[in-house]
Design a protein around this ligand. Structure first.
Ligand SMILES: [Zn+2]
Length: 139
């Protein structure tokens, strides 16, 4: 398992008593079994507690690494090559906010969940947003 960049593979298999095997599944070496994830350390939260962001569902190690690299420095990467969907990017954006106030964040989450992801979520993050925005904009 390559964890040098916070990259790892996991699946949804369960053990004999129904607990998730996660990264300890013996079948993870099989092609097409499970998916790739990345984990990054975030700035400490307002309460001083450690925060990590984990995202997955990537079909390859390279795709997960590119998404992770893009998250760490958006000026370097090309998000379209990482196959980051707009839904994944919006969730990352929400998860990495330290502000504004919680009531405003609830409104942001509502808009992302109910308007942006249904209309734009399946699009590649690097694709032109114009068409999708026209679809979800009020007329
Ligand atoms: Zn498995």
């Amino acid at each position: 398992m390559d964890t040098s960049h916070g990259l790892f593979k996991r699946c949804s298999c369960l053990d004999d008593v129904g607990r998730p095997l996660n990264s300890s599944c013996s079948r993870l070496q099989e092609r097409g079994h499970g998916s790739w994830y990345f984990r990054v350390e975030l700035p400490l939260g307002r309460n001083g507690r450690r925060r990590q962001l984990r995202r997955g569902g990537f079909s390859s190690r390279d795709a997960a690494k590119q998404a992770c690299d893009y998250l760490r420095d958006p000026t370097v990467g090309d998000p379209s090559r990482a196959l980051v969907s707009t839904a994944q990017w919006l969730q990352l954006w929400l998860d990495t906010r330290l502000g504004p106030r919680e009531s405003t964040m609830q409104t942001y989450r509502h808009h992302v969940r109910n308007y942006l992801i249904p209309y734009l979520g399946g699009r590649s993050c690097g694709s032109s947003p114009t068409l999708g925005c026209r679809r979800c904009s009020p007329r």
